[in-house]
Ligand binder design. Structure first.
Ligand code: UD1
Length: 344
């Protein structure tokens, strides 16, 4: 029996990772500071995964509290997703981002080594590639983040790479996510952004729901077939399964290695709007605004390495991503309810 610690397990991607781990037979301990997560998501992940994840409300910058988690539970592996993730906010509050993400990550690997836990799967991002120089992007694409959020991901990758090189017991997977979207097919787990969403899919879904008047498309004069930017959207349930595959692959890959998690297929903003309209049966009003600074024209993963080495491949298409996201959104228009002692 493997006991896996999931940092950020009460969040959007983390809660889906908890389900996947439980379904694969892991015991799960969740650590989350609930800044951007919900204890109800952990409860629901337990129901959906057929297990009982343990929840510890701990912030990774609180070293004594983090060490208590390792003292209280026998942990075999760690999936590290906890962190702040909004690009604009990271520009306005860089110190907060470096503290939460970089110091948090350092505290985590320090505690792991002290307690003899050597297997780490890190939630990284395609943002570490910076401006795409060629497509699809392989894991050997040059690195160079272009904003503080991206730099916190890249710095953590560098710290974990150095740490792995310092002791041969370490096995570290750097998972570079492309654009995670969608929700659990049950409609019970999904993305619950606080405030106005920064990302396309939650914004489009809130427009479909009538919570926002219209989508502003950030530029339609790019050099793409319909003039809007292209991204590699990947279903969050496929993404979550990739973490289980990565933990298993660490048996075969000592040291530190990066894998892209995407589909290998790109979709434009207008394609997403079209599919979201079809999934919701609603019209999605839109207008075209200026380009968003920092946006790349296209970003698509090379998925070859993950397919061959992790034995993992995304199987859900954009239609499923939209349908599942819509189901979550309609069943939980206000996100997660507050936790109650009797469950929800
Ligand atoms: C963004 C971040 C990236 C981060 C990722 C996941 C930027 C420049 N990049 O990626 O660092 O890793 O989120 O959190 O912020 N769009 C609209 N209107 C909207 C929202 C988005 O047209 O209201 C377009 C964008 O221009 C883009 C596409 O939709 O072409 C996807 O945007 P988004 O969901 O924010 O993802 P990324 O830009 O790929």
């Amino acid at each position: 029996m493997t006991t896996t610690l999931v940092t950020g397990g009460a969040g959007y991607i983390g809660s889906h990772v908890v389900v996947a781990l439980l379904q694969a037979g892991h015991e799960v301990v969740v650590v989350d500071n609930l800044v951007n997560g919900s204890e109800v998501a952990v409860e629901r992940a337990g129901e959906l995964g057929g297990g009982s994840p343990i929840f510890e409300q701990v912030d990774l910058t609180d070293r004594p509290a983090l060490r208590s988690v390792f003292a209280d539970h026998t942990i075999d592996a760690v999936v590290h997703l906890a962190g702040l993730k909004a690009v604009g906010e990271s520009v306005a509050q860089p110190v907060r981002y470096y503290r939460a993400n970089v110091i948090g990550g350092i505290n985590l690997v320090e505690a792991m080594a002290d307690f003899g836990v050597w297997r780490l799967v890190f939630s990284s991002s395609a943002t570490v590639y910076g401006d795409p120089r060629f497509l699809p992007m392989t894991e050997d694409h040059p690195l160079g983040a272009v904003n503080p959020y991206g730099r916190t991901k890249l710095m953590q990758e560098e710290v974990f790479t150095d740490v792995a090189a310092s002791d041969e017991r370490w096995r570290v997977a750097l998972l570079r996510y492309f654009n995670p979207v969608g929700a659990h097919a049950s409609g019970r787990l999904g993305e619950d952004p606080s405030g106005a969403p920064n990302n396309l899919m939650p914004f489009v879904m809130q427009v479909a729901l009538g919570r926002r008047d219209q989508l502003v498309v950030f530029g339609d004069d790019y050099d793409t077939p319909d003039g809007t930017c292209i991204r590699d959207y990947v279903h969050v349930v496929d993404l979550a399964d990739g973490h289980v595959s990565a933990i298993e692959a660490l048996e075969r890959f000592p040291g530190c290695r990066a894998w892209n998690l995407g589909t290998g297929a790109g979709h434009s903003v207008l394609e997403v709007v079209h599919q979201a309209g079809a999934a919701s049966g609603r019209e999605i009003p839109l207008s075209v605004g200026p380009r968003r600074p920092g946006d790349a024209v296209a970003s698509v993963a090379s998925v070859e390495r993950a397919r061959v080495e992790l034995h993992w491949e995304a199987s859900r298409d954009l239609g499923a991503m939209c349908a599942d996201h819509w189901r979550w959104q309609t069943q939980n228009p206000d996100g997660y309810p507050p936790p109650s002692p009797s469950g929800d």
